[in-house]
Design a protein around this ligand. Structure first.
Ligand SMILES: C[C@H](N)C(=O)N[C@@H](CCC(=O)O)C(=O)O
Ligand SMILES: [Mg+2]
Length: 363
């Protein structure tokens, strides 16, 4: 099964409600989709969002990275050489992690098809059902409360509340949501780097002293501020999760050795795809550190791949934030993983099981 061609396209899917974090607001998913064709007629699918404020990747940079730097190095290579392919993709150029992720996802899709196994089984096997949280965008307090209440009515048992805009308002936001949901869901916060270390300690201690149980607080300070992350970690009881501070396995080892985070958020778009995500999950398992499998604002192809990895690496990946497809108005694919509110079901089709991509515009 040799790589014959790589086609690139774009999908655009409107969101059910605008997605608002401390660093950006968007109202649709617009992702790069790649289709790798083999000489045997198999198709492997990959996807990556242009999350430029976090990874630096844009649609144009991903297209250029794949067409001019990655594709020439992997054309003609047999899919059975999975390790060689991943190393070639990772070393094709520095950075460009989302472009690398899109290609790796398609390669793993084909590799599992070659083995005639669903990806999670090819990776060693795991549970076919996962449960995701739902993200509540940062907004006016009334809107956030109403979004949280609706989410609970829809069966979500964990809410990821976006904060990081204004420390005083953020504390009020969390208090109002906590009161409204009345213990019916776990609350995790994500400040998306919006607080300083001192503000983070103040906010988290204030909420702790008010008797509000937070499952975790994700990336309170700037991604590069590891000292700040440790400052927070040392002063609060609530578990601290690294997101924008943890892209690659080396950073994860440093975070663990410096005791700067309790939990690591793994995202395929930060690791450059599946191979490094597996490295991180295995490192964390060896240190006894818990991970979350997360996603950017992205749709069903790449989030399906993340779900397969999460299932197979459940020793360390015990938390799931794979709500991207549920934030979209409709699924971007036919076949594959089923996203039904908080329920994620992996099916038994070979690879990712994707039959087709809706409204794909080839570029
Ligand atoms: C969508 C997911 N729940 C999420 O919040 N992901 C990111 C933000 C991604 C983005 O801006 O696209 C996160 O910070 O965890
Ligand atoms: Mg985050």
């Amino acid at each position: 099964m040799k790589i014959k061609d790589i086609k690139i396209g774009i999908i655009k899917v409107p969101l059910t409600t605008p997605f608002k974090t401390a660093i950006r607001t968007v109202d649709s998913v617009e992702d790069l989709v790649i289709i790798i064709e083999t000489d045997t007629g198999h198709l492997g699918y990959g996807e990556a969002p242009p999350t430029s404020v976090i990874t630096g990747d844009t649609l144009a940079s991903m297209q250029d990275a794949i067409n001019n730097h990655i594709k020439p190095k992997i054309l003609g290579v047999d899919i059975e050489n999975l390790n060689f392919l991943c190393e070639t993709i990772q070393s094709a150029m520095v950075n460009n992690l989302s472009a690398k992720a899109a290609v790796e996802i398609a390669i793993y899709d084909l590799w599992a098809q070659m083995l005639n196994l669903p990806l999670y089984k090819a990776l060693g096997g795991g549970e076919s059902k996962l449960t995701t949280d739902l993200t509540i965008s940062v907004d006016y307090i009334d809107k956030m409360v109403s979004d949280a209440v609706i989410a609970i009515e829809q069966g979500y048992e964990t809410l990821k509340i976006k904060v990081g805009k204004d420390i005083g308002l953020d504390i009020e936001r969390v208090k109002a949501i906590h009161a409204a949901i009345d213990g019916k869901a776990l609350i995790r916060l994500d400040a998306n780097q919006g607080w300083t270390a001192k503000q983070s300690v103040h906010a988290i201690q204030t909420l702790e002293n008010a008797g509000i149980h937070l499952e975790l607080v994700e990336q309170p300070v700037k991604g590069r501020d590891i000292q700040g992350l440790k400052y927070v970690y040392d002063r609060v009881n609530t578990p601290i999760m690294a997101d924008e501070s943890s892209f690659d396995p080396r950073q994860v080892i440093e975070l663990i050795q410096n005791q700067a985070a309790d939990i690591i958020n793994i995202k395929l778009m930060k690791t450059g795809g599946i191979s490094r995500a597996i490295h991180i999950a295995d490192i964390a398992a060896n240190f006894g550190v818990e991970c979350m499998m997360g996603c950017m604002l992205e749709s069903s192809i790449s989030v399906s791949a993340a779900a397969h990895v999460a299932s197979a690496k459940s020793t360390s990946i015990q938390k799931i934030d794979l709500d991207g497809p549920m934030l979209c108005q409709y699924p971007s694919i036919e076949g594959g993983v089923i996203f039904d509110r908080s329920d994620i079901t992996l099916n038994n089709s070979p690879g990712l099981g994707i039959k087709s991509v809706k409204d794909l515009i080839l570029i």
